[in-house]
Design a protein around this ligand. Structure first.
Ligand SMILES: *Cc1c(COP(=O)(O)O)cnc(C)c1O
Length: 369
């Protein structure tokens, strides 16, 4: 028997979550963001459920090639653009749209030696100071690209730093959106503005041809804890499941795990779970992180080790060796543990947990339920 840990990808949930994005961005084309191997899910595993999207967005040309190999003929957007002048040949061969966010990328496009029909998303740095041209230079760059024979289509693009909440005491989108609109207002061309948080919170109010839906597709709320996945009607698309492999009856004052960080103040029943930080479970998470045992909510106890962690079974009398443990996602008994709640106890976000499941964890696909 293999070790019982596994990650399950719920294709129905992915398809459902895509519909939620469509509902909030009904006037827009929805691009499914599948960077980082589809947020750790595996591009090949999510593709059947997401192929009704209007396009896909990712970072890596190798991932784009995998998507083409699956039969996808629609738009693919490279969110960080090209990393060398050479990449432009792949953009032509595989029909990839790409962002232009830097002067160097602009130069590569202008100096491209072959006739081309590039579809470019010109990125403005509207305040996040990560990628893009400053508003005062943006129009000049736009003119330069517009007059470039290799450029077929130009989309105005920006990215919000705080669409999930507030920014410097104001609504998280107002200042950046105003800078963007003031800069592009009279220029022709479509816009691409919203990430998941902006789609759910501001989708109807921001006009944008394409939206870029990432984390919401994977059943994590972009503005947790203000809103949970239940509030947004999203479903978990990844479950990390394992089993109880040992049970210890602990007396008052006895300790559990490395460093004896947990000491029982009463008699307890402790389950040892085949899941540790070498599987991608956060070591930093302390006693009290929620888990489901046979679908019933309980908590972790003590430190997470490389291959194991401990859970409190005191109230779950029916739990035995072999009982199902859900670290995040959905139990086969139907109950749900949102990844956002698990992430919050380790001071991180669902994105990091789903991207961090390690190579030794086998993945399975579930098409029903
Ligand atoms: C990752 C990314 C997105 C998707 O963000 P989510 O918060 O996962 O929806 C959208 N746009 C850009 C430019 C990105 O890099």
């Amino acid at each position: 028997m293999p070790r019982p840990i596994r990650a399950i990808i719920h294709q129905n949930a992915l398809a459902h979550n895509l519909q939620i994005a469509r509902k909030h961005a009904s006037q827009h084309e929805v691009f499914a963001v599948i960077k980082a191997n589809a947020y750790g899910h595996g591009i090949e595993r999510v593709y059947p459920a997401l192929k009704t999207a209007d396009g896909f967005a990712l970072l890596d040309i190798e991932e784009a090639k995998r998507l083409r190999a699956l039969g996808w003929t629609g738009p693919i957007l490279l969110l960080e653009g090209i990393f060398s002048a050479q990449d432009l040949f792949d953009c032509t061969q595989y029909q990839l749209s790409f962002t232009v966010h830097s002067a160097l990328q602009l130069q590569w496009v202008r100096q491209h030696p072959e006739p081309a029909q590039f579809d470019i998303f010109l990125k403005m740095n509207s305040g996040m100071n990560r990628l893009g041209f400053q508003p005062q230079h943006y129009r000049e760059v736009w003119q330069t690209l517009k007059s470039c024979a290799a450029v077929n289509n130009l989309t105005h693009m920006m990215h919000f730093s705080d669409a999930d909440g507030e920014r410097l005491g104001q609504s998280g989108i107002d200042a950046q959106f105003k800078i963007f609109e003031d800069t592009v207002q009279d220029l022709p061309g479509e816009r691409s503005i919203c990430n998941s948080a902006a789609i759910l919170r501001h989708g109807s109010q921001l006009s944008s041809k394409t939206v870029r839906a990432g984390i919401l597709l994977y059943g994590s709320s972009p503005d947790f804890p203000q809103h949970s996945i239940q509030d947004w009607d999203l479903q978990p698309s990844m479950s990390l499941r394992s089993e109880i492999i040992a049970i210890q009856n602990v007396k008052p004052k006895q300790t559990v795990g490395y460093g004896s960080t947990f000491q029982a103040d009463q008699a307890m029943r402790i389950g040892v779970v085949a899941c540790g930080y070498a599987d991608g479970y956060q070591r930093i998470s302390a006693t009290g992180t929620p888990v489901l045992v046979d679908g019933i909510r309980t908590r972790t106890i003590g430190r997470v080790s490389m291959d194991m962690l401990a859970v409190d079974l005191t109230e779950i009398e029916d739990a035995l060796i072999g009982s199902e443990v859900v670290l995040w996602g959905k139990s086969r008994f139907g109950s749900i543990l949102p990844i956002d709640e698990v992430a919050a106890t380790s001071d991180t976000v669902g994105y990091e947990l789903m991207c961090g499941v390690t190579a030794r964890v086998p993945f399975f696909i579930e098409t029903q339920g």
